[in-house]
Design a protein around this ligand. Structure first.
Ligand code: SAM
Length: 355
C-alpha cells in the first residue's frame, strides 16, 4: 500500500476493504469448505446441510465464487483446489491451526481502541496457558510450512554443524534447515508447550532425528551450549528494544567464534519507518498482544547488533514471493575471538507477552 489515501473516496474504499475478509471469515466460521468437501451442491441442499438460510447462503456462495475460492457452475457450487484441501478440515493438508488464529484475530483487532487507550494488550491480565500456547504453536506451523523450506534453501549455512532455533515454536524452520543441510544438527528452544508441538511435527519428518529440544525462557536465562548459527525468526517483534538487545547479548555468548545470528522479522526499510505496509500493520498486532513488542527498522536493529558486539551486519536477499517478510532477513557475525561478556550471568527484566 504505497498509494496514500488523499480523497474521501480513497478513504471510503480503504475502509470498505473489510467486506471481503468478513465474507471469507463467515465461510470459515460456518466450516463451509469442509462441508462442501468434494461434492457439487445446489444452494438449497447446502443450506440444509449447514443449517443456514438459503437466502444468506446464496449471497455468501456468490461472493466466494466471485473471490475465486468456490467454483460456480449454473446453479451449483463446488470447492476449488484450495477450498478442498488447505481450507477443508477433512483433508490432511488442512491448515486449521492458522485459520483459527485468523478468526480470533479478527475479533481482537476490533478491540484496537481499547489497546490504544491503555497502551496494554487487550487481554493483558490473562496468563499464557499451555493450551493456548499449543494452539498458537500449531498456528505457526500451519503458517510457515511452505515458506520455511523456501527460505532454508536460500539461507546458506555453509559448514555450520549446529543451529539453534531460538523461539523456534513448532521447529518448522529448524526442520527445514535440517532437511536442507544433511550434516547439520539443530536445537529448538522454546516453552514446554511449544516444544511438545515441535516433537509431534518432528516425528513426521525424516530430519527430526537430528533435532534436540531446549525448554528455556531466554529473556531470563542464559542460553546453554555453543552454536554455529542462531536462527531468531519472528521473535524480535514480540519484545521491546531493551529486551531484544539483552537477547542479542545472550545469543552472542552462545555463538562459536565467527558464528552467525540470523534474524527474520517484519523490518521497516524507509527513512520514516512506515514501509513495507505489512510490517507497519504488524506493529498493531504487537500492541494488541504484547506488553513491549513493535516492528523495527532494519537500521535500528543493525545498530543494536553492533552495540551488542556483532560484526558485519547485513541484509540477506531472499527471492520475492518466497519471503516471510519483505527484505526481512538480517545476518550478524560473532567476532572470531569473542569479547568478555556478562550476558551469561545477567537477566533482563523479562516482559510478559502472548506471542
Ligand atoms: C511468533 S512465534 C515464531 C515461531 C517461529 N520462530 C517462526 O518463525 O515461525 C514466537 C515463538 O517464540 C517463543 N518465545 C517467545 N518468547 C520466548 C521466551 N522468552 N522464551 C522461550 N520462547 C519464547 C514463543 O513461545 C513462540 O513459539
Amino acid at each position: 500500500m504505497r498509494r496514500p489515501i488523499t480523497t474521501f473516496d480513497g478513504f471510503r474504499n480503504a475502509v470498505s476493504a473489510y467486506r471481503l475478509p468478513v465474507v471469507l471469515l463467515a465461510a470459515l466460521e460456518l466450516d463451509l469448505f469442509t462441508v462442501v468437501g468434494h461434492r457439487i451442491w445446489t444452494v438449497p441442499e447446502l443450506a440444509k446441510k449447514l443449517r443456514v438460510s438459503e437466502r444468506g447462503l446464496a449471497v455468501l456462495c456468490r461472493n466466494l465464487a466471485m473471490a475465486g475460492v468456490l467454483l460456480k457452475q449454473g446453479a451449483t457450487y463446488k470447492n476449488t483446489r484450495l477450498g478442498g484441501t488447505e481450507l477443508n478440515a477433512d483433508h490432511p493438508a488442512y491448515r486449521g491451526g492458522y485459520l483459527d488464529l485468523i478468526k480470533t484475530h479478527w475479533h481482537d483487532w476490533c478491540r484496537l481502541p481499547e489497546s490504544i487507550r491503555s497502551g496494554l494488550p487487550i487481554d493483558h491480565d490473562v496468563p499464557d496457558s499451555p493450551e493456548w500456547r499449543k494452539r498458537f504453536t500449531w498456528a505457526m506451523h500451519h503458517r510457515t510450512l511452505e515458506i520455511a523450506p523456501a527460505i532454508a534453501a536460500q539461507v546458506k549455512l555453509g559448514r555450520a554443524h549446529t543451529l539453534l532455533d531460538l523461539g523456534g515454536g513448532p521447529a518448522t524452520y529448524a526442520l527445514a534447515f535440517l532437511a536442507q543441510n544433511p550434516r547439520l544438527r539443530a536445537t529448538v528452544c522454546d516453552r514446554d508447550a511449544a516444544l511438545n508441538v515441535a516433537r509431534e511435527v518432528a516425528a513426521t519428518h525424516k530430519a527430526g532425528r537430528r533435532l534436540s529440544y531446549l525448554p528455556l525462557d531466554f529473556t531470563k536465562d542464559a542460553i546453554p551450549g555453543t552454536y554455529d548459527v542462531i536462527w531468531y525468526s519472528n521473535v524480535l517483534h514480540i519484545y521491546s528494544p531493551e529486551d531484544n538487545q539483552a537477547i542479542f547479548r545472550r545469543a552472542l555468548a552462545a555463538l562459536a567464534p565467527g558464528g552467525r545470528l540470523i534474524i527474520q522479522d517484519a523490518l521497516l526499510h524507509d527513512r520514516e519507518g512506515l514501509f513495507p505496509a505489512d510490517a507497519s500493520l504488524f506493529a498493531v498486532s504487537m500492541l494488541l498482544f504484547t506488553t513491549g513488542g513493535d516492528t523495527y527498522s532494519a537500521s535500528e536493529v543493525k545498530r543494536w547488533l553492533s552495540d551488542a558486539g556483532f560484526n558485519r551486519v547485513k541484509l540477506l536477499r531472499i527471492k520475492k514471493a518466497t519471503e516471510d517478510w519483505e527484505d526481512g532477513v538480517l545476518e550478524a557475525l560473532a567476532p572470531e575471538s569473542p569479547p568478555k561478556t556478562n550476558a551469561r550471568r545477567t537477566g533482563s527484566r523479562g516482559s510478559s507477552n502472548s506471542h
